[in-house]
Design a binder for this molecule. Structure first.
Ligand code: PLP
Length: 445
């Protein structure tokens, strides 16, 4: 297709695609992606600090993954598992047990994060024979009705679809809410204990609760890293009442926090895990993971899939795991993540519109505020992101009011690329501050 035909087609987008999917930021028309870059229809090269929303952890179109996909397509394109059985799905299951926390060794493969969550909740309810689920305010678990019933990152996602009454929400542990002078680990552990006691006294008995589901780092809700003590307390409470603990590692998984999974970063093993996004470097694949003992209580036919565990996606996932090991991506994530964090601390001291910088590995949130009041500033984020785009770097956003710049570069990113992207962000922040009449400090040192 010629460039002008492509552009003409692009302008038809509002009529061709449902507005709910077509108006996200920035909708950049792209002709090619490679490594840490997008190549725009406008002929420009853009540094990608979104990883296609935490998917392209090995970089876009890693040659090894592309090769595995091509070879797989020459042999098998579709299962479905159940009708036929193929090597890649079994090999992938075996390989994943080597990187998951011990005891998480049996898999239900699906296509998307949402499906992995649906599977996790269904499994928990089936095994415990209990109807209720506890989730945490601000978490996002997907957009189908089951996943939505536990998602509270934005009320607009639930408008006219209010959940079925089988879920209860407790507050997430945002370190900002810890009173000055208190130890956040102790404070949030005690608060969770009290919240749970109150819930069980007034609203639902523990014997009726199948599971607690949580994002071990809050993603869409604003990139909030909870204190370890809070997640350890959650594990303890679940054990006490024989409630299953589900970690939604759809976004935190596959190296994003500097370990394979946040479960390892925090030292807490859930009973069930949902994994997706980075698993196959861009091909749709996900899994609900649990122990064999738990999975074996889920009878044949109570759950199923047509496309889940697609053979090409499984080969892409196997290649992804090899790339992680060969290129030491976990180490790179930790090292470059620390480097980026230090640079962002300097930018925070320079720019009064930065309210907070939060990070774990290469999962980085830069909160933008109204400088005089500290109020969240979603409009400011859009202004800054658009300026960044003009300069050649793509960031994404998150937070209840879109007030957080979400920085999730591919895990292959180099320090030089961090310098390149953050210097564009620095310029964009300076321009925005000039526009709203706020003065940046000359140096953040
Ligand atoms: C933590 C988390 N859970 C679930 C989902 C849903 O995944 P998907 O969009 O693949 O259905 C997402 C997607 O952004 C997510 O970030």
């Amino acid at each position: 297709m010629t460039q002008s035909n492509w552009m003409a087609l692009f302008h038809k987008m509002p009529d061709l695609l449902a507005p709910t999917m077509a108006k996200d930021h920035p909708n950049l028309p792209v002709v090619k992606e490679e490594g840490c870059y997008y190549y725009g229809l406008d002929g420009r090269k853009y540094l990608d600090f979104t990883s296609g929303i935490a998917v392209a952890n090995t970089g876009h179109r890693h040659p090894k993954v592309v090769q595995a996909i091509k070879e797989a397509a020459d042999r098998l394109m579709h299962g479905p598992s159940g009708v036929i059985m193929y090597e890649s799905i079994l090999r992938l299951a075996e390989e994943l047990t080597k990187i998951l926390p011990e005891g998480l060794d049996c898999f239900f493969f699906a296509n998307s994060g949402t499906e992995a969550i649906e599977g996790a909740i269904k499994l928990a309810k089936h095994v415990t024979r209990r109807p209720y689920v506890i989730s945490f305010t601000g978490c996002f678990h997907g957009r189908s009705l089951g996943a939505l019933s536990v998602s509270t990152s934005k009320s607009k996602y639930r408008k006219y679809l209010q959940p079925n009454g089988l879920t209860y929400q407790l507050p997430y542990a945002n370190p900002k809410d810890c009173p000055v002078g208190e130890d956040p680990d102790v404070y949030f552990a005690n608060r969770l204990e009290n919240d749970v006691a109150s819930l069980f006294a007034h609203q639902v008995t523990p014997e009726e609760v199948a599971c607690m589901i949580v994002e071990p780092v809050l993603g869409e809700g604003g990139y909030i890293v909870p204190p370890k003590g809070w997640l350890h307390k959650m594990r303890e409470i679940c054990d006490r009442y024989e409630i299953l603990l589900i970690f939604d590692e759809v976004q935190t998984g596959f190296g994003r926090t500097g370990e394979w999974f946040a479960a390892q970063t925090f030292g807490v093993t859930p009973d069930i895990m949902a994994i997706a996004k980075g698993i196959a470097s861009g091909l749709p694949l996900s899994a609900t993971v649990a122990s064999k003992e738990l999975m074996k209580q889920w009878p044949l036919g109570s759950h199923g899939t047509t496309f889940g565990g697609n053979p090409i996606a499984c080969e892409a996932a196997l290649a992804t795991l090899e790339v992680f090991r060969e290129e030491k991506l976990l180490e790179n994530c930790r090292e470059v993540g620390e480097y980026a964090r230090k640079k962002l601390e300097v930018l925070k001291r320079k720019h009064p519109v930065i309210g907070d910088v939060r990070s774990i590995g290469l999962m980085i949130g830069i909160e933008i505020v109204q400088p005089h009041t500290g109020e969240p500033n979603g409009e400011g984020v859009m202004n800054i992101l658009n300026r960044c785009l003009q300069k050649g770097v793509l960031f994404y956003l998150c937070g209840n009011q879109g007030e957080v710049i979400r920085m999730i570069p591919p895990l292959i990113v180099t320090k030089e690329q961090i310098d390149e992207g953050l210097s564009m962000l620095d310029e964009a922040l300076t321009e925005y501050e000039a526009e709203i009449g706020v003065h940046s400090f000359a140096s953040g040192k």
